[in-house]
Design a protein around this ligand. Structure first.
Ligand SMILES: *[C@@H]1O[C@H](CO)[C@@H](O)[C@H](O)[C@H]1NC(C)=O
Ligand SMILES: *[C@@H]1O[C@H](CO)[C@@H](O)[C@H](O)[C@H]1NC(C)=O
Ligand SMILES: *[C@@H]1O[C@H](CO)[C@@H](O)[C@H](O)[C@H]1NC(C)=O
Ligand SMILES: *[C@@H]1O[C@H](CO)[C@@H](O)[C@H](O)[C@H]1NC(C)=O
Ligand SMILES: *[C@@H]1O[C@H](CO)[C@@H](O)[C@H](O)[C@H]1NC(C)=O
Length: 198
């Protein structure tokens, strides 16, 4: 009986390493919104492909779509971001918050809101180009989004909920094409090297 059970277990365990994804350790980023371990969740719209093994919750995915997450304002220029460009950033954030397959690319980070970040996750050049093309005619005012924005106008808020990024002084709204010049510079700079093009 015991040996039968063992044999059955062995088949289950051995079977595992031929499904591809299972070869990557199942791990969630130690960030502000991620769950401790991944599991099934019902997820909102564009994030739903991650719902079988998700590091994020429904609420997080809803906030990603509503532009509430991190209080980051994608519409920091007078011209609102186009729907197709926004959808690319939403997809990126779904991946960032929800994927359990990122263990090889996790590095330590010292920001107040997260202890870990991604670094050099492989991104196909064609995916990067599609992302850049969908945003090329949209407007922004600075290339490095994790460093250059002015967050000072939120200082009077009590609960932190009203912190919003605005364009740095002396900056000017220009198209993504003018700011980044090309797709590879865009994908690596806008995310501060979360991605490495392959
Ligand atoms: C598959 O998993 C078994 C059991 O964990 C392990 O011994 C074996 O080395 C793995 N094979 C491959 C190709 O990773
Ligand atoms: C999620 O799991 C269901 C049930 O096992 C399966 O039919 C579906 O294809 C899975 N979805 C993804 C995106 O892996
Ligand atoms: C902060 O808010 C004030 C009043 O709404 C506005 O005039 C000012 O331009 C804002 N500062 C920045 C850096 O956006
Ligand atoms: C993209 O732009 C960056 C920054 O201007 C530049 O260093 C790089 O050589 C350009 N790459 C291509 C493929 O044009
Ligand atoms: C953006 O700024 C951050 C914080 O200073 C820095 O770590 C990162 O290297 C910068 N990214 C780029 C692409 O220069």
């Amino acid at each position: 009986m015991t040996s039968l059970w063992l044999a059955a277990m062995l088949i289950v365990v051995m079977g595992r390493n031929f499904t591809g994804l299972e070869e990557l350790p199942n791990k969630c980023l130690h960030g502000k919104f991620q769950k401790k371990t991944s599991g099934p969740e019902e997820l909102y719209l564009q994030c739903s492909p991650w719902q079988n093994r998700s590091c994020c919750t429904y609420k997080t995915t809803e906030q990603i779509h509503n532009g509430d997450i991190y209080n980051f304002n994608f519409n920091h220029c007078p011209d609102l971001m186009s729907a197709q460009c926004k959808s690319r950033f939403v997809q990126d954030l779904c991946f960032y918050e929800c994927s359990p397959n990122i263990a090889p690319w996790i590095v330590k980070d010292t920001r107040t809101w997260r202890k870990e970040r991604f670094y050099n996750v492989p991104l196909c050049a064609s995916d990067c180009e599609a992302w850049f093309n969908d945003c090329a005619a949209d407007f922004t005012c600075t290339d490095n989004w994790s460093k250059n924005f002015d967050w000072s106008n939120g200082s009077e808020c009590t609960d932190g909920e009203c912190f919003r990024n605005s364009c740095p002084k002396e900056s000017k709204c220009m198209t993504f094409l003018e700011i980044y010049g090309n797709a590879s510079n865009f994908c690596e700079t806008v995310t501060s090297f979360n991605f490495l093009l392959t």
